[in-house]
Design a protein around this ligand. Structure first.
Ligand SMILES: Nc1ncnc2c1ncn2[C@@H]1O[C@H](COP(=O)(O)OP(=O)(O)OP(=O)(O)O)[C@@H](O)[C@H]1O
Ligand SMILES: [Mg+2]
Length: 300
């Protein structure tokens, strides 16, 4: 259900009607307006069973506060069931909020839109479409990009995610990691202002995952993407993010934001540095330490 909404919500944004053709995705300087500013203030999200009796209400997120500036890469970690996916789905516009405010570039989020794209844990590709046709799918739904331009754009993105030789394969002919790269290329094809990722590498083996993380950083830098990334993996969060937001147990709210001070571009050696390991420890302490630290505190 949600996946269907994502695909249908995906439409081309800027650059797609460029008369000179689709820009080279890797080399084009990003337009400042393509990235987004997200503001969540005291967000509350409930699930209500159809009967709507008080006992059928699950309070998933309460009092969540988060600011994403343009081009930020923010990771969210937290215990299972604390409301991370719920929060992400509200930002995507799949779920309404029941309190507080949730704004993208100063406007309420009324529903799914072409300014946001989601990458899920499992690659959600259309099995009957070739890889390249999966990548162009969102552009086809938008109907403002000519087929030739859409395919050029898709080829650029497949190149960017390291799959240039696989455009004419079907998803079943790819490994899980490769499918997830196609998923990423498909999300980027619509040029989203905000990229939402819900444990996108969780089902990928550890070695491929590290490669994918580095690739994601490279892609995000090339596209100047604003990203909100949910993960259970603290090391992944520390490697990717500008800031790591730690959610409390349900109802979820952000108990601490940890600023990640490492310069970009980051490479795999960072993971072995004492500073990195100390930061991972610090986040783990917040997450598993037991106590609920002061809400909203930022540590540097
Ligand atoms: N469709 C739904 N209807 C009712 N309750 C739901 C629904 N989806 C999630 N919940 C409940 O909301 C709470 C938060 O769920 P959510 O999926 O957001 O957690 P999460 O932090 O993403 O967990 P995980 O790390 O395991 O993915 C949980 O208690 C869950 O049972
Ligand atoms: Mg989840």
């Amino acid at each position: 259900m949600l996946r269907k909404q994502t695909l249908e919500g995906a439409q081309p944004v800027r650059g797609s009607s460029d008369p000179a053709g689709s820009p080279s995705v890797a080399d084009t300087p990003a337009e400042a307006s393509r990235t987004a500013h997200l503001s969540a203030r005291n967000v509350r999200i409930e699930y209500r069973a159809p009967s709507e009796s008080a006992s059928d209400v699950t309070l998933a997120v309460d009092n969540a506060n988060l600011e994403l500036q343009r081009s930020d890469f923010v990771c969210v970690v937290g215990p299972s069931g604390c409301g991370k996916t719920t929060f992400l789905n509200a930002v995507a516009g799949f779920l309404p909020i029941h309190g507080g405010s949730l704004e993208l570039d100063g406007r309420d989020i009324p529903g799914p839109g072409p300014d946001r794209a989601m990458v899920f844990q499992q690659a959600s590709l259309l099995p009957w479409r070739k890889v390249i046709d999966n990548v162009t799918y969102g552009l086809e739904l938008g109907r403002t990009t000519k087929k030739k331009q859409a395919r050029e754009r898709a080829r650029d993105l497949l190149d960017l995610v390291g799959l240039s030789g696989f455009a004419d394969r079907y998803p079943a002919q790819l490994s899980g990691g490769m499918q997830q790269r196609v998923n990423l290329a498909r999300a980027l094809a619509v040029d989203p202002a905000l990229l939402l990722l819900d444990e996108p590498f969780a089902s990928i083996d550890a070695q491929t995952r590290e490669t994918m993380q580095a690739e994601l950083l490279r892609v995000c830098a090339a596209r100047d993407v604003t990203a909100l990334f949910v993960t259970h993996d603290i090391t992944e969060a520390a490697f990717l993010a500008d800031r790591v937001c730690v959610f409390s147990p349900r109802p979820g709210h952000i108990v601490r934001e940890v600023v990640v001070p490492f310069e970009r571009p980051r490479d795999q050696r960072l993971r072995r540095s004492p500073e990195f390991l100390a930061l991972v420890d610090e986040i783990a302490e917040t997450l598993y330490g037991g106590s609920d630290p002061t809400a909203g505190e930022v540590i540097h």
